[in-house]
Design a protein around this ligand. Structure first.
Ligand code: HDD
Length: 699
């Protein structure tokens, strides 16, 4: 079935076409004047009877709703999900049975700490929430781009969020975790250590929502048609690979383009470059529940992929932008409690708390109990309830609203035993009512160490620098010290490097009994996806005198591989090519920066292009790209421009008349058309995303 039932449903809710009639009031009365209030004479007071004025201003006054208490800033898209094959072996969920059935989805990506208007590229967790509009009702997989969480029990969520959010006295900092209260909490709450390792890694500054993983985090439960359960962890893997920004670049992006990730998602979908993710599952038979050296119910732990492989079960494509941000992306209401037959909960205390919190939060945020009638939230499966009335009731229900009834013919009837209804997994539980964390949750450091051991040198370097940055912003020295003590339990070398950077003494080496294990699946170096350069943004720096033939040919070769190429010149309009023809410029240098691109190309030209070498903005562009490890290509006289940065430390492999590559810098001094060898080498450099082992440049 390929018809998109959600799309058909949305169609019914689209507002009247403004092109088909005049401006009206909310009551449909035509309006012929909306610029002046109704007054007594030209200079007199406004009249109460000006219903158009009152309605217009009143509606405006009420336009805002409370933003989400966390994950306030986000961007969303519609799409579809298709399973690869039937998953009947372990779940009866209808949307996971038939590869020919497409289930519509809406996905919202988000940051956590900052308000609605904060920047995209801050160091933070990213939300990755998916609403599947299945034939059996809505299923929400409300995950993050990191597979673990800060705390183990949801009763601590308000404490954690109060510590993470801006400080209460001055509401500083916005969209950042580098402040005293967060680290105070972290240093006193060692269960956060594993997640803090992820947060200090480059996973916290994704290049794109299209290039990050998603995780359901908790251990959930699949239930098959016979009622048999299997533990399951969900993974989204982006087809484009997992790629991140560099911290310095992320900070500059926050100023240059605070909408960097949101714009990237929007533009890719508009350009038909649809983001795609594979859904994978780690399955654990119930009888293996206690075969791990951690507790499956503890959301601060992963199941290493080397221990339980991720099995791909389907893919998701995001192919439509919303029509209206507020109506759809802002009003979408996710809830971990939205499950369908075949998917159930476990006793993970974090998940149990979430199952309360999400419904509760929508009541205040969306103003009443009828938010599931908002188009983006409506299931495509028909909803027949006995719920009535309440704010913003938009349905006209007929008949009785209680059960059992005879006056309404007994309708709606209860679902029969045909297997369609949700029936809770009949897990046997017994015990005393207690407030006590399970002993099996109390190893806080082994997996933090596993993460650290799994990182490459450059990833470890970035983690150390992130800790130094964050703790360097903490005023309370005892909080810095206590955090270093915590880090010493993870890895002594990590702790010493951080201590040295933030000027605190190292604690005595403590007993550290972690097995020296690593999980290669955790390193970004092993997550390059399909290795293509699709959708990478490549800046080609040009000026008058450029070899337009060479430029057009390089542009064509890169575009053919799905890259997005933009010609950037000191001014907008056109540059005059060496052949006397004009070449259209996409952006003027003053409006862009290297941080907004993935790679830079400097084409050559017999006369004018070297003029770029004396353009400080152009040279800053190239220098920044180099500093941030980005691929740089240069052809003909473009190589000469690059070489002006050699005294600052930029490295170019020497060689004339052939292609040379040095840590992502690809050069060819040959004039004329770019060779296939050049295109291949430059493409490989772009596919590798970043080149970390460059020496620092002096600037
Ligand atoms: Fe949460 C929003 C993800 C723990 C309470 N959470 C929210 C969103 C995501 C997550 C992606 C944004 C959804 C959207 O785009 O609208 N949250 C997580 C993950 C968690 C987690 C992966 C741990 C595994 N959350 C968590 C706990 C609680 C909450 C423990 C409370 C006890 N989360 C909320 C909330 C939010 C929310 C207050 C704010 C807005 C909303 O729900 O709709 O209820």
């Amino acid at each position: 079935m390929t018809e998109d039932r959600k799309e058909r449903q949305r169609e019914k809710y689209r507002a009247a076409d403004p092109a088909e009639g005049p401006l009206t009031t909310d009551q449909g009365v035509a309006v012929d004047h909306t610029d002046d209030s109704l007054t007594v004479g030209e200079r007199g007071p406004t009249l109460m009877e000006d219903f158009h004025f009152r309605e217009k201003v009143t509606h405006f006054d009420h336009e805002r709703i409370p933003e989400r208490v966390v994950h306030a800033r986000g961007a969303g898209a519609y799409g579809y999900f298709e399973p690869y094959e039937s998953c009947a072996e372990f779940t009866r969920a209808a949307f996971l049975q038939d590869p020919s059935v497409r289930t519509p989805v809406f996905v919202r990506f988000s940051t956590v700490q900052g308000p609605r208007g904060s920047a995209d590229t801050v160091r933070d967790v990213r939300g990755f929430a998916t609403k599947f509009y299945t034939s059996e009702g809505n299923y929400d997989l409300v995950g993050n781009n990191m597979p673990v969480f800060f705390i183990q029990d949801g009763i601590k969520f308000p404490d954690f969020v109060h510590a993470l959010k801006p400080e209460p006295q001055n509401e500083i900092p916005t969209g950042a975790s580098a402040h005293d209260t967060l680290w105070d909490f972290v240093s006193l709450q060692p269960e956060t250590m594993h997640m803090m390792m992820w947060l200090m890694s480059d996973r916290a500054i994704p290049r794109s929502f299209r290039m990050m993983q998603g995780f359901g985090v908790h251990t959930f439960r699949f239930v098959d048609a016979q009622g048999h359960g299997t533990f399951v962890k969900f993974h989204w893997k982006p087809k484009l690979g997992v790629h991140s920004l560099v911290w310095d670049e992320a900070q500059e992006c926050a100023g240059r383009d605070p909408d960097f990730n949101r714009r990237d998602l929007w533009q890719a979908i508009e350009a038909g470059q649809y983001p795609e993710y594979e859904l994978g599952v780690q399955l654990v038979p119930e009888e293996d529940e206690f075969n791990f050296d951690f507790d499956l119910l503890d959301a601060t732990k992963i199941i290493p992929e080397e221990q339980v492989p991720v099995r791909p079960i389907g893919h998701m494509v995001l192919d439509r932008n919303p029509d209206n941000f507020f109506a759809e992306t802002e009003q979408v209401a996710f809830h971990t409690g939205n499950v369908v037959p075949g998917i159930d909960f476990t006793n993970d205390p974090l998940l149990q708390a979430r199952n309360f919190s999400y419904l509760d939060t929508q009541l205040i945020r969306l103003g009443g109990p009828n938010f599931s009638q908002i188009p983006v939230n409506q299931p495509v499966a028909p909803a027949r309830t006995n719920h009535r009335d309440g704010y913003h009731q938009t349905m006209i229900h007929k008949g009785t609203s209680y059960s059992p009834n005879s006056l309404g013919g007994g309708c709606p009837a209860l679902a029969g035993a045909d297997g369609y209804a949700f029936s809770h997994y009949a897990e046997r539980v017994e015990g005393h009512k207690i407030r006590k964390r399970s002993e099996s949750f109390k190893d806080f450091y082994s997996q933090a160490a596993l993460f650290w051991n799994s990182m490459t040198d450059w990833e470890q370097r970035h983690i150390v620098e992130a800790f130094q940055f964050e703790l360097g912003k903490v005023d309370a020295v005892h909080v810095r010290e206590r955090t270093v003590e915590q880090l010493a339990h993870v890895d002594y070398d990590l702790a010493s490097q951080v201590a040295q950077g933030i000027g605190v003494a190292m604690p005595e080496p403590g007993a550290n009994n972690h097995k020296p294990q690593a999980s290669p699946a955790l390193s970004l170096d092993n997550l390059h996806g399909d290795g293509s350069i699709r959708t990478r943004q490549i800046a080609v720096l040009v000026t008058d005198g450029v070899d337009t033939g060479q430029l057009a040919q390089a542009q064509e070769a890169l575009t053919a591989q799905g890259a997005v190429v933009e010609a950037i010149a000191p001014h907008d309009g056109k540059v005059l090519g060496a052949d006397g023809n004009g070449y259209a410029v996409d952006r003027a240098l003053p409006t862009v920066a290297s941080v907004l691109y993935d790679a830079v190309l400097l084409p050559g030209g017999p006369t004018g292009t070297p003029a770029l070498g004396s353009d400080s903005a152009a040279m800053r562009f190239v220098r920044d790209a180099y500093r941030h490890g980005k691929p740089i290509g240069a052809l003909g006289s473009g190589v000469g421009i690059l070489s002006t940065l050699e005294p600052e430390g930029l490295h170019i492999a020497s060689g004339h008349g052939h292609v040379c590559t040095d840590r992502g810098v690809v050069t060819d001094t040959t004039t004329g058309a770019a060779s296939e060898d050049f295109t291949r080498a430059f493409t490989e450099a772009i596919a590798a995303h970043r080149h970390w082992n460059r020496p620092p440049v002096r600037c």
